[in-house]
Design a protein around this ligand. Structure first.
Ligand code: S3P
Length: 424
């Protein structure tokens, strides 16, 4: 599907965005490993999370998807059964990396694969630590999917994370539930901690002492009810739109504001953006709030170090904000962007280039001159949901219409994105 977006002024209103992708995946996975039912409201019915549901159904878990909730009938830590067929993770990096930690410890074998993008995403980052725990994971494609996992008895390890990755950390933590001994993970730079929060909510014993995370195996996890907050990564598109589109005022309701995810708010505020959190509250151990944004005059900033993992998925749309700022914005320490659903540094530079602006690619990030004028053009999503949505936000401030080709990939994380944008 192609999508045509024209320039806009005065985006006004209150919106509710879909549930958090990271939390929705985890709710299904941990619910499957828990004893009893887990009722999930606010679940993101995007393609990625539906891939997680489909994998766990094939592993013998009964999961009901209703209009307003998902119910997982968990079978306990040792309740999964061997699947009759290959487990297809689609486009979902979170599914393949997290589930590997679980499957490595089962008493059966299975094979995981996904789409063309998944087959280009590095899996050695989970194969290495899991192998140290005793896992037997075969990649016929030199460290990429498909992965054949032969279930084994695992033992605890002490592991120092070479990259800040919540997916890798979570994979090891999931394996630790089945391993003999106490698993220790050293995390020099913090990544999102939804796994730690939610597993503990289900009865696990995970502690974080200044970046040293310990996990002690427990007898069982227990099903719990969960309310998934709105995804700050999805909210980010409307935050940037509200700041850069003239005469805008948007309130985004019920957004997850876990401090390991709020780098985008800090970055936009540092640029002088009006971004306020209203009515902060807690739900299931996760912080939630409403976010208010108003059109603002932005100034350039530098992103580097520990803020990067706190806003890794938001950097493509952040680049659009930087194009509108006064001065030169620099993004460093962000090589991870090259191994997402697409190479997001190259994709953003290439596609926004077609809209008449320059984003300079660097070894570990980008350099973005501010005050650049965008013009409409035809851009390609790279089949990457966040590239498509970032281009759509750029289109709002471009002169003339923009066509986004293969625009329907937004269904991965934000199925009603275009509809919400049009309603505003
Ligand atoms: C995710 C972690 C991040 C993020 C991805 C979701 C998660 O990946 O980019 O969209 O749910 O754990 P890394 O942990 O590999 O950086």
């Amino acid at each position: 599907m192609d999508k045509i977006i024209s320039s806009k002024t005065g985006l006004k209103g209150k919106i509710k965005i879909p549930g958090d992708k990271s939390i929705s995946h985890r709710a299904v996975m941990f619910g499957s490993l828990a004893k009893g039912d887990t009722e999930i409201t606010g679940f993101l019915k995007g393609d990625d999370c539906m891939s997680t549901i489909s994998c766990f159904k094939k592993l013998g878990i009964d999961i009901e998807v209703e209009d307003d909730k998902v119910i997982v009938h968990g079978k306990g830590l040792h309740g999964l059964k061997a699947p009759d067929e290959l487990l297809d993770v689609g486009n979902s990096g979170t599914t393949i990396r997290l589930i590997s930690g679980i499957l490595a410890a089962q008493n059966f074998d299975c094979t995981l694969n996904g789409d063309a993008s998944i087959q280009k995403r590095p899996m050695k980052r989970v194969i290495n630590p899991l192998s140290q725990m005793g896992a037997d994971i075969e990649s016929t494609n030199d460290g990429y999917a498909p992965l054949a996992i032969h279930g084994r008895k695992l033992k605890a390890i002490e592991y120092t994370m070479p990259v800040a990755s919540a997916q890798v950390k979570s994979s090891v933590l999931l394996a630790s539930l089945f391993a003999e001994g106490v698993t220790v993970i050293n995390e020099p730079v913090a990544s999102r901690d939804h796994t730690e929060i939610m597993l503990n909510y289900f009865g696990a014993d995970i502690k974080n002492n200044n970046g040293v995370i310990t996990s002690r195996p427990v007898e069982e996890l227990y099903g719990r009810n969960l309310e998934v907050p709105g995804d700050i990564s999805s909210a980010a598109f409307f935050m940037v739109a509200g700041l850069v589109v003239p005469d805008s005022h948007i309130i985004i309701e019920n957004v997850g504001i876990n401090p390991t995810r709020t780098g985008i708010i800090d970055a936009l505020k540092a640029m002088g953006g009006y971004v306020e959190i209203i009515n902060p509250r807690e739900s299931g151990g996760e912080l939630v709030g409403d976010i208010e944004v108003k059109t603002s005059k932005l100034k350039a900033t530098t992103l580097e170090g520990s803020i990067i993992p706190r806003m890794i998925d938001e950097i493509p749309v952040f680049a659009v904000a930087a194009l509108c700022a006064e001065g030169t914005t620099v993004v460093k320490d962000a090589t991870e962007l090259k191994v997402k659903e697409s190479n997001r540094i190259a994709a953003m530079s290439e596609e926004l280039g077609k809209m008449g602006v320059t984003i300079k690619e660097t070894e570990d990030g980008m350099i973005i001159e501010g005050n650049q004028k965008l013009k409409g053009g035809t851009v390609y999503s790279h089949l990457d949901h966040r590239v498509a949505m970032s281009c759509a936000i750029a289109a709002l401030i471009a002169d003339g219409d923009t066509v986004i080709t293969n625009a329907d990939c937004v269904g991965i994380s934000f199925p009603n994105f275009y509809e919400l944008l049009e309603n505003l």
